[in-house]
Ligand binder design. Sequence first.
Ligand SMILES: NC(=O)c1ccc[n+]([C@@H]2O[C@H](COP(=O)([O-])OP(=O)(O)OC[C@H]3O[C@@H](n4cnc5c(N)ncnc54)[C@H](OP(=O)(O)O)[C@@H]3O)[C@@H](O)[C@H]2O)c1
Length: 313
Amino acid sequence: MKTFLEQDIESFKLLSGKKFLITGGSGMLGSSFVNQLSKNIKNAKVYSFDKKNLDVSNINSVNKYLDIQPDYIIHCAALVNADECERNYENGKKIIVDGTQNIIEFAKKTNSKIFYPQSFLIYNYTNKIIDENTKPMPLNKYGKLKLEAENSILRSSLEYLSIRMGGFFGGFQKDNNFVGKITTHISNLIKNKKKSIEIGDRVWQPSYTEDLAYNSLLLLSKKKIGQYCMASHGSCSFFDLTKKIINILKIGNLFEVNSVSAEILAKKEIAVRPISAIMNNNKLIKEKLDRQRKWEVSLEEYLDSPYFRNLFK
Ligand SMILES: NC(=O)c1ccc[n+]([C@@H]2O[C@H](COP(=O)([O-])OP(=O)(O)OC[C@H]3O[C@@H](n4cnc5c(N)ncnc54)[C@H](OP(=O)(O)O)[C@@H]3O)[C@@H](O)[C@H]2O)c1
């Protein structure tokens, strides 16, 4: 009986030599795809573009790359800051919805399969476990735009795979999510001799971009289509997550974390977020394709790096 790892190596061979065009390639998830493709897919031809070189909201900028004729478009480009989408809806729409439409037109011409990373923020179910059958109910403009973009892919009749993913950590200096921001913030507080911080109790599934990219490539190698939910195993409040970070980085003697209610901190935000949005990976588990790990295990691996050690020198 082969282990999952041995089975995955066999599956990844099916992607050998394929062409991957990545939009938003310098972002957190995009750069993990670049990394996982180079680690796992032999002779993959990876065309990763940042916004400067491929602006998805500009069809001419997209069409410059028609000659590549990619097998897969890993469409990571988006305006991911939910508050910014509330402030500047038109810009969010231009990038997320119109940008995706441009990618659809491109994919039709090149006969490419679209991979779409969807956000858990299309959901709002505080007391319910979410899976692929759960009806999306976005609370904020970012979630609505992301859903609209996914629906356009769905209507296009192109072959696509959309994965609803838990909240990210990954990318070190690129990490503009909670783990990246809170570690930098705590490092600055410690330098300024502050000894404590207040963190809300909103519940999250901290998911490692490297694990998500690996698992997504596995699904592509298996020719999976449609929608899947994918998040790390387990869930935690931002308060628990911060305590875990402090514990892993061994700075508990320098710093204290106090819990406050999520509602208090939410007042500082513009976009409304669910107090909790927890997905399960049942479809992945059923198909024996769940390669997510416990969030604590992945987080420990992520934080065990020169980047984080240097922050607390
Ligand atoms: N972050 C999460 O927790 C999360 C969870 C589930 C799904 N997702 C989805 O996963 C994808 C990647 O998210 P991420 O967290 O990796 O975000 P990210 O680090 O901000 O990456 C997104 C990238 O898109 C680029 N971009 C913005 N506007 C663009 C445009 N007009 N044309 C081309 N590129 C453009 C950004 O460039 P600049 O930085 O230069 O603007 C950035 O490099 C997004 O579709 C997001 O909705 C994210």
